[in-house]
Design a binder for this molecule. Structure first.
Ligand code: PMP
Length: 367
C-alpha cells in the first residue's frame, strides 16, 4: 500500500521506515518485554536509547564537544521564555524579526528581559531578510535571536549571520524548529539552537536544545528548575522525566538520517542535496505558471516550507479537494497568510514533490 504524501507543517510526516520499526518494537522493545513507553527513564534500556540518540545527533550535525545536547519539553514556544530566563539576566536582548515565529519570540521574551527589534521585514509582509549590515545591535545585548526558518512565511536564512563580523560579540540564538537536520549548521556562529521535534525529527512533545557550555549557569533566580539548562545538562536531560517516546522516535529518525545516501553524500549532506532538488522543482513550477505565485525574495526562500497562492482565490477549495483525492494531504496555508503551503521536510521524497507539481500543472490546465 502506498501511503498518501503528507505536506503538513507539523506535526509532520515521519519516514515510513521509522514508523515500521517503531510498530515492530511497540509491544516488546528488543527482548526487554516492555514498550519504550513503559520503561523507567532511569533503567539501563532507556538510558541506552537516550545515549545513542544524543551521540547520533551529535554525529549527524557535527555538534562540537563544547556544546550540550538537551532533550526537553515545552516546544518552541516554551523556549521563547526559557532562553531569556537562562541567558538574558534580565538585560538587553536583540531580535531580528523575519516572520510570525520571531515576532512571537520577541513578545514572549519581553516579559523577562529588555527585548528590542534590531531589524524587521514586517512592512514588506515578511518576504525578505533585512541585510545584516543594517541590524541595530546593541553593544550590551546578552544575545541576538533569529528564527533561521520561518515556518509560516517561508523565509529561510541560507547562511547564518556572522555576528562577530558585524562587530557584535553576543552569542547568536537560533530557532531552527522547522529546518533542523535539513542542512548543516555552522556552529562557530551559534551559541544556542532550539527546536521542537515535530517537523523534522519525530513526534510532538520533544524539544531539542543545543547550547554552548559557557552559556550555562547564568539562569535568573525565577527560572523553573526543570527549565534550567545547567541542571538539565548536569543530569543528562533526566532532571525530570524526559519525553521518552519522543526521544526514542527521534533516535530512530537520526539512524534513518545517517543511512541516507545521495551520490557520494551521506547523512545530512545527502538530505541537503535532496532538499535543494525538491525545493527547486517546486519553486520552478510555481514561478513558471500563470496561476500560482510565491512572494518571498528568491535569496531567502525556504527549502522546507513553500507558501504559494492561487491568483484566482475562488479556486482554493477546488485545489485542495482535488489534491486530497490524489493523496496529497494538508496543503492548506496557515490561517494568518492564507493560500497554500507545502511543507517538504526531510521525510518527503522527491517523488512526493513531483506528484504535487504534476497535480498543480494539471489543475492549472483544467482552467
Ligand atoms: N518556532 C517555529 C519556527 C515553529 O515552526 C513553531 C511551530 N510551528 C514554533 C516555534 C512553536 O513550536 P511549538 O508549537 O512546539 O511550541
Amino acid at each position: 500500500m502506498q501511503r498518501p504524501y503528507n505536506f503538513s507543517a507539523g506535526p509532520a510526516a515521519i519516514p515510513e521506515d521509522v514508523l515500521q520499526q517503531a510498530a515492530s518494537e511497540m509491544l516488546d522493545w528488543r527482548g526487554s518485554g516492555m514498550s519504550v513507553m513503559e520503561m523507567s527513564h532511569r533503567g539501563k534500556e532507556f538510558i541506552s536509547i537516550c545515549e545513542k540518540a544524543e551521540a547520533d545527533f551529535r554525529q549527524l550535525l557535527a555538534v562540537p564537544q563544547n556544546f550540550h545536547i538537551l532533550f526537553m519539553q515545552g516546544g518552541g514556544l516554551a523556549e521563547n521564555a526559557i532562553v531569556p530566563l537562562n541567558l538574558s539576566q534580565g538585560g538587553a536582548v536583540d531580535f531580528v524579526v523575519t516572520g510570525s515565529w520571531s515576532q512571537k519570540s520577541t513578545k514572549e521574551a519581553a516579559k523577562f528581559c529588555n527585548a528590542a527589534v534590531a531589524a524587521t521585514d514586517e512592512a514588506q509582509g515578511f518576504t525578505h531578510i533585512p541585510d545584516p549590515a543594517s541590524w541595530k545591535l546593541r553593544s550590551d545585548a546578552r544575545y541576538v535571536h533569529i528564527c533561521s526558518n520561518e515556518t509560516i512565511n517561508g523565509v529561510e536564512f541560507q547562511q547564518l549571520p556572522d555576528l562577530a563580523s558585524l562587530g557584535c560579540q553576543a552569542p547568536l540564538v537560533i530557532d531552527f524548529s522547522s529546518h533542523v537536520a535539513s542542512r548543516s549548521v555552522d556552529w562557530s556562529r551559534v551559541g544556542l539552537a532550539f527546536g521542537g521535534a515535530q517537523k523534522n525529527l519525530g513526534p510532538a512533545g520533544l524539544t531539542l536544545v543545543v547550547v554552548r557550555e559557557d552559556l550555562l549557569g547564568h539562569a535568573m533566580a525565577m527560572c523553573p528548575s526543570a527549565f534550567n539548562y545547567r541542571l538539565v545538562a548536569d543530569n543528562q536531560s533526566m532532571y525530570n522525566t524526559p519525553p521518552t517516546w519522543g526521544i526514542y522516535i527521534a533516535g530512530l529518525t537520526f539512524e534513518w538520517i545517517l543511512r541516507q545516501q545521495e551520490g557520494a553524500a551521506s547523512g545530512v549532506a545527502a538530505l541537503e542535496a535532496r532538499n535543494s532538488a525538491k525545493a527547486e522543482l517546486l519553486y520552478q513550477a510555481i514561478d513558471g505558471s500563470q496561476l500560482y505565485e510565491n512572494r518571498v525574495a528568491r535569496d531567502c526562500r525556504s527549502r522546507m516550507n513553500v507558501p504559494f497562492f492561487l491568483k484566482d482565490e475562488s479556486r482554493n477549495q477546488a485545489f485542495l479537494d482535488g489534491a486530497k483525492a490524489r493523496g496529497l494531504l494538508q496543503l492548506k496555508g496557515h490561517k494568518s497568510v492564507g493560500g497554500m503551503r507545502a511543507s517538504i521536510y526531510n521525510a518527503m521524497p522527491l517523488a512526493g514533490v513531483q506528484a504535487l507539481v504534476d497535480y498543480m500543472q494539471s489543475f492549472e490546465k483544467q482552467g
